[in-house]
Design a protein around this ligand. Sequence first.
Ligand SMILES: *Cc1c(COP(=O)(O)O)cnc(C)c1O
Length: 394
Amino acid sequence: MSSFNVSDTGYYGSFGGAYIPEMLYPNVEELRANYLEIINSEDFQAEFKELLETYVGRPTPLYFANRLSEKYGAKIYLKREDLCHTGAHKVNNTIGQILLAKKLGKDKIIAETGAGQHGVATATVCALMGMDCTVYMGEVDMARQKPNVERMKILGAEVKAATSGSKTLKDATNEAMRHWINHPDDTHYIIGSVVGPHPYPDMVARFQSVISQEIKNQLSREEGRNSPDYVIACVGGGSNAAGAFYHFLENTEVKLVAAEAAGHGVATGKSAATTFIGKSGVLHGSKTLLMQTEDGQVVEPHSISAGLDYPGIGPMHAHLFDSKRASFYDITDEEAMIAGVELSKLEGIIPAIESAHAFAVLKKMDFNKQDVVVINLSGRGDKDLETYIKWGKY
Ligand SMILES: *Cc1c(COP(=O)(O)O)cnc(C)c1O
Protein backbone atom coordinates (compact mmCIF):
# COMPACT_ATOMS: atom_id res chain seq x y z
CA MET A 1 0.00 0.00 0.00
CA SER A 2 1.29 3.43 -0.80
CA SER A 3 1.57 5.67 2.19
CA PHE A 4 1.56 9.38 2.79
CA ASN A 5 3.57 8.85 5.94
CA VAL A 6 7.33 8.67 6.26
CA SER A 7 9.17 5.50 5.18
CA ASP A 8 11.69 3.68 7.37
CA THR A 9 14.47 5.45 5.53
CA GLY A 10 12.98 8.92 6.00
CA TYR A 11 11.28 9.48 2.64
CA TYR A 12 7.85 10.67 1.60
CA GLY A 13 7.64 9.32 -1.93
CA SER A 14 10.80 10.68 -3.56
CA PHE A 15 11.15 13.55 -1.05
CA GLY A 16 12.87 13.75 2.33
CA GLY A 17 16.02 11.94 3.43
CA ALA A 18 19.01 13.47 5.20
CA TYR A 19 21.35 15.46 2.94
CA ILE A 20 23.80 16.79 5.49
CA PRO A 21 27.50 17.52 5.76
CA GLU A 22 29.59 14.66 7.14
CA MET A 23 30.35 16.69 10.28
CA LEU A 24 26.68 16.77 11.23
CA TYR A 25 26.11 13.06 10.76
CA PRO A 26 26.70 11.95 14.40
CA ASN A 27 24.21 14.52 15.76
CA VAL A 28 21.44 13.63 13.34
CA GLU A 29 22.14 9.91 13.64
CA GLU A 30 21.84 10.04 17.45
CA LEU A 31 18.39 11.57 17.03
CA ARG A 32 17.33 9.13 14.32
CA ALA A 33 18.41 6.10 16.31
CA ASN A 34 16.53 7.18 19.44
CA TYR A 35 13.55 9.38 18.64
CA LEU A 36 10.86 6.76 18.08
CA GLU A 37 11.66 4.71 21.14
CA ILE A 38 11.71 7.81 23.36
CA ILE A 39 8.58 9.43 21.90
CA ASN A 40 6.60 6.21 22.08
CA SER A 41 7.55 5.44 25.68
CA GLU A 42 4.82 5.73 28.34
CA ASP A 43 7.00 8.01 30.40
CA PHE A 44 7.47 10.49 27.61
CA GLN A 45 3.83 10.44 26.54
CA ALA A 46 2.66 11.06 30.12
CA GLU A 47 4.95 14.09 30.54
CA PHE A 48 4.11 15.45 27.10
CA LYS A 49 0.35 15.14 27.69
CA GLU A 50 0.58 16.71 31.12
CA LEU A 51 2.41 19.79 29.80
CA LEU A 52 0.11 20.13 26.80
CA GLU A 53 -2.83 20.16 29.20
CA THR A 54 -1.59 22.26 32.07
CA TYR A 55 0.88 24.58 30.32
CA VAL A 56 -0.32 24.95 26.72
CA GLY A 57 -4.04 24.71 27.47
CA ARG A 58 -4.95 21.63 25.41
CA PRO A 59 -7.21 20.33 24.12
CA THR A 60 -7.86 23.52 22.18
CA PRO A 61 -11.55 24.00 21.29
CA LEU A 62 -13.10 22.85 18.03
CA TYR A 63 -15.45 25.75 17.49
CA PHE A 64 -18.50 25.63 15.20
CA ALA A 65 -18.35 28.93 13.28
CA ASN A 66 -22.01 29.75 12.79
CA ARG A 67 -21.85 32.92 10.75
CA LEU A 68 -18.94 31.74 8.61
CA SER A 69 -20.85 28.50 7.93
CA GLU A 70 -23.89 30.42 6.84
CA LYS A 71 -21.87 32.60 4.50
CA TYR A 72 -20.07 29.71 2.75
CA GLY A 73 -22.85 27.11 2.86
CA ALA A 74 -21.09 24.32 4.79
CA LYS A 75 -20.57 23.22 8.39
CA ILE A 76 -17.34 25.02 9.22
CA TYR A 77 -15.40 24.26 12.38
CA LEU A 78 -12.30 26.11 13.55
CA LYS A 79 -9.52 24.27 15.36
CA ARG A 80 -8.41 26.94 17.80
CA GLU A 81 -4.61 26.64 17.88
CA ASP A 82 -4.64 30.41 18.33
CA LEU A 83 -5.60 29.73 21.95
CA CYS A 84 -2.39 27.82 22.71
CA HIS A 85 0.02 29.45 25.15
CA THR A 86 2.22 31.88 23.13
CA GLY A 87 -0.55 32.23 20.55
CA ALA A 88 0.11 29.51 17.98
CA HIS A 89 0.67 25.81 17.37
CA LYS A 90 4.49 26.09 17.42
CA VAL A 91 4.70 25.40 21.16
CA ASN A 92 3.35 21.82 20.69
CA ASN A 93 6.57 21.01 18.87
CA THR A 94 8.99 22.90 21.11
CA ILE A 95 7.62 21.12 24.19
CA GLY A 96 8.01 17.76 22.49
CA GLN A 97 11.55 18.46 21.35
CA ILE A 98 12.75 19.83 24.67
CA LEU A 99 11.44 16.75 26.50
CA LEU A 100 13.24 14.60 23.94
CA ALA A 101 16.45 16.62 24.42
CA LYS A 102 16.30 16.01 28.16
CA LYS A 103 15.89 12.27 27.65
CA LEU A 104 18.98 12.37 25.42
CA GLY A 105 20.90 14.03 28.26
CA LYS A 106 21.25 17.46 26.62
CA ASP A 107 21.09 20.60 28.74
CA LYS A 108 21.56 23.23 26.05
CA ILE A 109 19.19 24.22 23.28
CA ILE A 110 19.84 26.10 20.07
CA ALA A 111 17.39 27.25 17.42
CA GLU A 112 17.27 29.55 14.46
CA THR A 113 14.43 31.91 13.75
CA GLY A 114 13.35 34.21 10.94
CA ALA A 115 10.41 36.23 12.18
CA GLY A 116 11.13 35.26 15.76
CA GLN A 117 8.00 33.19 16.41
CA HIS A 118 9.83 29.86 16.62
CA GLY A 119 12.54 31.59 18.67
CA VAL A 120 9.95 32.81 21.17
CA ALA A 121 8.33 29.35 21.42
CA THR A 122 11.78 27.84 22.01
CA ALA A 123 12.82 30.46 24.58
CA THR A 124 9.50 29.88 26.36
CA VAL A 125 9.98 26.14 26.86
CA CYS A 126 13.67 26.62 27.78
CA ALA A 127 12.54 28.91 30.61
CA LEU A 128 9.93 26.31 31.59
CA MET A 129 12.58 23.56 31.76
CA GLY A 130 15.52 25.61 33.03
CA MET A 131 17.55 24.93 29.90
CA ASP A 132 20.28 27.11 28.43
CA CYS A 133 18.91 28.71 25.22
CA THR A 134 20.69 30.31 22.27
CA VAL A 135 18.69 31.56 19.29
CA TYR A 136 20.38 32.54 16.03
CA MET A 137 18.72 35.27 14.03
CA GLY A 138 19.80 37.24 10.99
CA GLU A 139 20.90 40.79 11.80
CA VAL A 140 18.39 42.18 9.33
CA ASP A 141 15.57 40.10 10.86
CA MET A 142 16.55 41.26 14.36
CA ALA A 143 16.00 44.84 13.31
CA ARG A 144 12.68 44.00 11.59
CA GLN A 145 11.34 41.92 14.47
CA LYS A 146 12.51 43.86 17.50
CA PRO A 147 9.59 42.94 19.84
CA ASN A 148 10.27 39.20 19.39
CA VAL A 149 13.99 39.75 20.06
CA GLU A 150 13.09 41.47 23.34
CA ARG A 151 10.57 38.72 24.20
CA MET A 152 13.28 36.09 23.83
CA LYS A 153 15.62 38.12 26.04
CA ILE A 154 12.97 38.58 28.74
CA LEU A 155 12.50 34.81 28.67
CA GLY A 156 16.22 34.38 29.37
CA ALA A 157 17.48 33.38 25.92
CA GLU A 158 20.63 34.67 24.29
CA VAL A 159 19.94 36.01 20.80
CA LYS A 160 22.97 35.82 18.50
CA ALA A 161 23.08 37.86 15.31
CA ALA A 162 23.99 36.14 12.05
CA THR A 163 26.01 38.71 10.16
CA SER A 164 26.97 36.82 7.01
CA GLY A 165 25.25 36.70 3.60
CA SER A 166 21.84 38.33 3.40
CA LYS A 167 21.73 38.39 7.24
CA THR A 168 18.38 36.57 7.28
CA LEU A 169 16.97 33.11 8.05
CA LYS A 170 19.29 31.04 5.85
CA ASP A 171 22.35 32.65 7.45
CA ALA A 172 20.94 32.06 10.94
CA THR A 173 20.45 28.40 9.96
CA ASN A 174 24.09 28.14 8.89
CA GLU A 175 25.26 29.60 12.22
CA ALA A 176 23.05 27.22 14.19
CA MET A 177 24.37 24.22 12.21
CA ARG A 178 27.95 25.33 12.84
CA HIS A 179 27.24 25.65 16.56
CA TRP A 180 25.68 22.18 16.66
CA ILE A 181 28.62 20.59 14.85
CA ASN A 182 30.94 22.05 17.51
CA HIS A 183 28.77 21.03 20.49
CA PRO A 184 27.29 17.62 19.66
CA ASP A 185 27.30 16.20 23.19
CA ASP A 186 25.39 18.70 25.30
CA THR A 187 23.25 20.52 22.70
CA HIS A 188 19.97 19.80 20.92
CA TYR A 189 18.94 21.80 17.86
CA ILE A 190 15.20 22.53 17.76
CA ILE A 191 13.83 22.92 14.23
CA GLY A 192 10.45 24.66 14.15
CA SER A 193 8.64 23.09 11.22
CA VAL A 194 8.38 19.82 9.27
CA VAL A 195 11.60 20.64 7.41
CA GLY A 196 15.27 19.68 7.74
CA PRO A 197 16.94 16.26 7.54
CA HIS A 198 15.18 13.06 8.60
CA PRO A 199 14.04 12.50 11.37
CA TYR A 200 13.00 16.15 11.90
CA PRO A 201 9.98 16.28 9.56
CA ASP A 202 8.54 13.09 11.02
CA MET A 203 9.37 14.06 14.59
CA VAL A 204 7.74 17.48 14.28
CA ALA A 205 4.70 15.98 12.51
CA ARG A 206 4.25 13.51 15.37
CA PHE A 207 4.36 16.28 17.99
CA GLN A 208 1.87 18.38 16.02
CA SER A 209 -0.38 15.38 15.32
CA VAL A 210 -2.12 16.07 18.63
CA ILE A 211 -4.13 18.57 16.55
CA SER A 212 -5.81 15.96 14.33
CA GLN A 213 -6.13 13.50 17.22
CA GLU A 214 -8.20 16.10 19.04
CA ILE A 215 -10.19 16.95 15.90
CA LYS A 216 -11.21 13.28 15.65
CA ASN A 217 -12.35 13.12 19.27
CA GLN A 218 -14.13 16.44 19.11
CA LEU A 219 -15.91 15.74 15.81
CA SER A 220 -17.15 12.41 17.17
CA ARG A 221 -18.92 14.30 19.93
CA GLU A 222 -20.20 17.13 17.72
CA GLU A 223 -21.13 15.31 14.53
CA GLY A 224 -21.19 11.62 15.47
CA ARG A 225 -18.39 10.91 12.96
CA ASN A 226 -14.67 11.13 13.51
CA SER A 227 -13.54 12.50 10.18
CA PRO A 228 -14.48 15.68 8.31
CA ASP A 229 -14.97 16.07 4.55
CA TYR A 230 -12.27 18.72 4.34
CA VAL A 231 -9.30 19.87 6.42
CA ILE A 232 -7.84 23.23 5.40
CA ALA A 233 -4.54 24.66 6.67
CA CYS A 234 -1.90 27.17 5.61
CA VAL A 235 1.58 25.93 4.72
CA GLY A 236 4.87 27.69 5.41
CA GLY A 237 7.18 24.79 6.16
CA GLY A 238 4.02 22.84 6.88
CA SER A 239 3.93 21.93 10.59
CA ASN A 240 0.43 23.13 11.45
CA ALA A 241 -0.90 21.51 8.28
CA ALA A 242 0.99 18.28 9.03
CA GLY A 243 -0.56 18.24 12.51
CA ALA A 244 -4.07 18.89 11.21
CA PHE A 245 -3.73 16.31 8.38
CA TYR A 246 -1.80 13.62 10.25
CA HIS A 247 -4.51 11.20 11.38
CA PHE A 248 -6.40 11.66 8.10
CA LEU A 249 -3.46 11.09 5.74
CA GLU A 250 -4.41 7.52 4.84
CA ASN A 251 -8.17 8.15 4.84
CA THR A 252 -8.63 9.42 1.30
CA GLU A 253 -12.28 10.31 1.93
CA VAL A 254 -10.97 13.30 3.84
CA LYS A 255 -9.92 15.98 1.37
CA LEU A 256 -6.76 17.78 2.43
CA VAL A 257 -6.43 21.40 1.37
CA ALA A 258 -3.29 23.52 1.70
CA ALA A 259 -3.03 27.30 1.35
CA GLU A 260 0.27 28.69 0.14
CA ALA A 261 1.37 32.31 0.30
CA ALA A 262 1.37 33.79 -3.20
CA GLY A 263 2.58 37.20 -2.03
CA HIS A 264 1.95 39.66 -4.87
CA GLY A 265 0.95 36.71 -7.14
CA VAL A 266 2.76 33.58 -8.36
CA ALA A 267 3.82 35.21 -11.63
CA THR A 268 5.32 38.34 -10.07
CA GLY A 269 8.53 36.90 -8.65
CA LYS A 270 7.41 38.12 -5.24
CA SER A 271 5.77 35.08 -3.69
CA ALA A 272 6.37 32.07 -1.47
CA ALA A 273 4.08 29.64 -3.33
CA THR A 274 6.57 26.80 -3.56
CA THR A 275 4.30 24.16 -5.11
CA PHE A 276 3.34 26.53 -7.92
CA ILE A 277 6.79 27.71 -8.95
CA GLY A 278 9.22 25.45 -7.09
CA LYS A 279 11.27 22.55 -8.39
CA SER A 280 12.84 19.55 -6.75
CA GLY A 281 16.12 20.24 -4.94
CA VAL A 282 17.86 20.04 -1.59
CA LEU A 283 17.10 22.63 1.08
CA HIS A 284 18.07 22.56 4.79
CA GLY A 285 19.05 18.92 4.59
CA SER A 286 16.13 17.34 2.77
CA LYS A 287 15.09 16.72 -0.80
CA THR A 288 11.97 18.73 -1.40
CA LEU A 289 10.33 21.38 -3.55
CA LEU A 290 11.95 24.77 -3.42
CA MET A 291 11.96 28.04 -5.30
CA GLN A 292 15.20 28.27 -7.25
CA THR A 293 16.81 29.83 -10.27
CA GLU A 294 17.78 27.86 -13.41
CA ASP A 295 21.15 27.04 -11.86
CA GLY A 296 19.75 26.06 -8.47
CA GLN A 297 20.22 29.23 -6.40
CA VAL A 298 17.48 29.63 -3.79
CA VAL A 299 15.11 32.48 -4.67
CA GLU A 300 14.24 34.94 -1.88
CA PRO A 301 10.59 34.42 -0.96
CA HIS A 302 8.01 37.10 -0.30
CA SER A 303 4.85 36.98 1.79
CA ILE A 304 3.03 39.55 3.90
CA SER A 305 3.08 36.95 6.69
CA ALA A 306 6.47 36.29 8.24
CA GLY A 307 5.60 32.69 9.08
CA LEU A 308 4.94 31.73 5.43
CA ASP A 309 7.93 33.61 4.03
CA TYR A 310 9.97 30.47 3.31
CA PRO A 311 11.48 29.35 -0.05
CA GLY A 312 10.64 25.66 0.45
CA ILE A 313 8.04 23.32 1.83
CA GLY A 314 8.47 20.22 3.98
CA PRO A 315 8.96 16.86 2.19
CA MET A 316 5.62 15.50 3.44
CA HIS A 317 3.82 18.32 1.64
CA ALA A 318 5.99 18.01 -1.46
CA HIS A 319 4.75 14.41 -1.65
CA LEU A 320 1.12 15.33 -0.89
CA PHE A 321 1.35 17.78 -3.79
CA ASP A 322 3.16 15.42 -6.15
CA SER A 323 0.75 12.55 -5.47
CA LYS A 324 -2.27 14.90 -5.62
CA ARG A 325 -3.38 13.66 -2.17
CA ALA A 326 -3.79 17.31 -1.15
CA SER A 327 -4.97 20.25 -3.24
CA PHE A 328 -2.96 23.43 -3.06
CA TYR A 329 -4.28 26.97 -3.44
CA ASP A 330 -2.18 30.10 -3.98
CA ILE A 331 -3.41 32.97 -1.83
CA THR A 332 -2.14 36.50 -2.36
CA ASP A 333 -1.31 38.99 0.40
CA GLU A 334 -4.46 40.92 -0.45
CA GLU A 335 -6.74 37.86 -0.40
CA ALA A 336 -5.33 36.82 2.98
CA MET A 337 -5.85 40.26 4.50
CA ILE A 338 -9.46 40.37 3.27
CA ALA A 339 -10.10 36.92 4.76
CA GLY A 340 -8.49 37.94 8.07
CA VAL A 341 -10.72 40.97 8.41
CA GLU A 342 -13.76 38.92 7.36
CA LEU A 343 -13.14 36.35 10.11
CA SER A 344 -12.69 39.18 12.62
CA LYS A 345 -16.03 40.73 11.73
CA LEU A 346 -18.01 37.48 11.34
CA GLU A 347 -16.72 35.53 14.32
CA GLY A 348 -14.89 37.96 16.61
CA ILE A 349 -11.55 36.28 16.02
CA ILE A 350 -8.58 38.22 14.61
CA PRO A 351 -6.37 35.53 13.05
CA ALA A 352 -2.62 35.52 12.45
CA ILE A 353 -2.06 36.52 8.82
CA GLU A 354 -0.56 33.07 8.20
CA SER A 355 -3.86 31.50 9.28
CA ALA A 356 -5.85 34.05 7.26
CA HIS A 357 -4.43 32.39 4.11
CA ALA A 358 -6.35 29.21 5.01
CA PHE A 359 -9.60 31.16 5.33
CA ALA A 360 -9.11 32.83 1.94
CA VAL A 361 -9.45 29.37 0.35
CA LEU A 362 -13.17 29.32 1.27
CA LYS A 363 -13.93 31.77 -1.55
CA LYS A 364 -12.35 29.41 -4.08
CA MET A 365 -14.21 26.24 -3.15
CA ASP A 366 -17.70 24.84 -3.69
CA PHE A 367 -19.31 23.05 -0.78
CA ASN A 368 -22.47 21.08 -0.16
CA LYS A 369 -24.54 22.26 2.76
CA GLN A 370 -23.82 19.11 4.77
CA ASP A 371 -20.04 19.14 4.21
CA VAL A 372 -18.05 19.19 7.42
CA VAL A 373 -15.05 21.49 7.00
CA VAL A 374 -12.30 21.97 9.58
CA ILE A 375 -10.00 24.97 9.24
CA ASN A 376 -6.85 24.95 11.32
CA LEU A 377 -6.63 28.40 12.91
CA SER A 378 -2.88 28.18 13.51
CA GLY A 379 -2.38 31.42 15.44
CA ARG A 380 -3.82 34.67 16.73
CA GLY A 381 -3.40 38.05 15.14
CA ASP A 382 -2.04 40.13 18.02
CA LYS A 383 1.49 39.94 16.61
CA ASP A 384 0.19 41.18 13.24
CA LEU A 385 -1.67 44.25 14.40
CA GLU A 386 0.83 46.58 12.76
CA THR A 387 0.39 44.80 9.41
CA TYR A 388 -3.39 45.04 9.67
CA ILE A 389 -3.10 48.74 10.47
CA LYS A 390 -0.71 49.43 7.61
CA TRP A 391 -3.04 47.59 5.20
CA GLY A 392 -5.86 49.66 6.60
CA LYS A 393 -8.90 48.31 4.74
CA TYR A 394 -11.23 47.35 7.60
C1 LIG B 1 5.02 29.78 11.97
C2 LIG B 1 3.59 29.85 11.69
C3 LIG B 1 3.01 29.24 10.54
C4 LIG B 1 3.83 28.55 9.48
O1 LIG B 1 4.54 27.45 9.89
P1 LIG B 1 4.07 25.98 9.53
O2 LIG B 1 5.22 25.14 9.93
O3 LIG B 1 3.78 25.92 8.07
O4 LIG B 1 2.85 25.70 10.33
C5 LIG B 1 1.64 29.30 10.38
N1 LIG B 1 0.85 29.96 11.26
C6 LIG B 1 1.36 30.56 12.36
C7 LIG B 1 0.44 31.27 13.28
C8 LIG B 1 2.73 30.54 12.60
O5 LIG B 1 3.22 31.15 13.69
